[in-house]
Structure formats: structure tokens, C-alpha cells
Ligand binder design. Structure first.
Ligand code: CMP
Length: 136
């Protein structure tokens, strides 16, 4: 039985700036994800603050929001069975230094801030995050 799920993926400014977006998209496709929707945008800091609101009490919140709004990003809706967890596994640990071999963050991440990709952390947040970027 097919049990398709969707998750939101963002290719962050550090990766777009290094022209890694096509390479990262190929990794998603070769791991069974379909790219259902995508757009390259640059967001305002106020939008980044809304997107990352769950982190508003964290000490890194301000830097995080400045960073996500610092340059173009590629936002995508990815679909496959078990998309949320499979994407998190494929991305690797938040801190690239701790990410396993073969993961996107291990391969491309520069630091915990410039970690190349974001992915929804739950099915519930995936719906919220997809709506945030793609509901018109
Ligand atoms: P992301 O998956 O986009 O979700 C929140 C981001 O905050 C995370 O990736 C990191 O890039 C960033 N961040 C910066 N410092 C930390 C930290 N100490 N712990 C977790 N995330 C952090």
C-alpha cells in the first residue's frame, strides 16, 4: 500500500551561493524523492522570523533569521513514502561535524549555521512549512 508523505526542504543560502542546488536536487531524486513544487526566492528577515518562530527563544534565533534571509534559497516540496524521516536521515545531523558519511550536510555543510539544507522535523510541521511557502 502506498503511503506517500510530503516534507519541506530548503536549500540554504550557503549552498545556493556555491551553485550546489542542482547537485543536491539530484541526491533527492536518486533517493526516491519526487520534487512536487519548487521555487527560488529571497525572503525578508521578518519572514524568516515567522518561519523559524519555534526557535524564537533560542540564543541563535536572530543570527539564524538573518542568515536565512541573507541570499537566495531554493524551497521544495519533496514527496515519497516516509518523506519526513527519510529526508532527515539523508540530510544528516544539524551540525555537519556530527553528520554521518554520505549525508548532505556532511558533504556540503560548512557549519551549524551554514548547514546547506533544512528539512521539516515532523509530519505536522511539514504541513505548516509547506503552507508557509506554497499556499497562495
Ligand atoms: P535547521 O534544520 O534549518 O533548523 C534550525 C537551524 O538553526 C538549524 O538548522 C541550524 O542551522 C541553526 N542552528 C544554529 N545553532 C544551532 C544550535 N545550537 N542547535 C540547533 N540548531 C542551530
Amino acid at each position: 500500500m502506498s503511503n506517500k508523505e510530503q516534507t519541506l526542504s530548503i536549500i540554504k543560502p550557503d549552498a545556493v551561493e556555491r551553485n550546489l542546488d542542482n547537485q543536491i536536487k539530484k541526491i533527492f531524486l536518486s533517493n526516491g524523492f519526487k520534487i512536487i513544487n519548487e521555487k527560488k526566492i529571497k525572503i525578508e528577515k521578518s519572514e524568516a522570523e515567522k518561519f523559524y518562530k519555534v526557535h524564537e527563544t533560542k540564543p541563535f534565533y536572530d543570527d539564524l533569521c538573518s542568515y536565512l534571509s541573507s541570499g537566495p534559497i531554493l524551497v521544495m516540496v519533496l514527496e515519497k513514502e516516509n518523506a519526513v524521516l527519510d529526508n532527515r536521515e539523508l540530510m544528516g545531523a544539524t551540525n555537519p561535524k556530527e553528520a554521518s558519511e554520505g549525508t548532505i550536510r556532511k558533504k556540503f555543510g560548512l557549519s551549524i549555521d551554514k548547514n546547506s539544507v533544512h528539512g521539516s522535523d515532523s509530519i505536522e510541521n511539514a504541513k505548516i512549512e509547506i503552507d508557509f511557502f506554497f499556499k497562495d
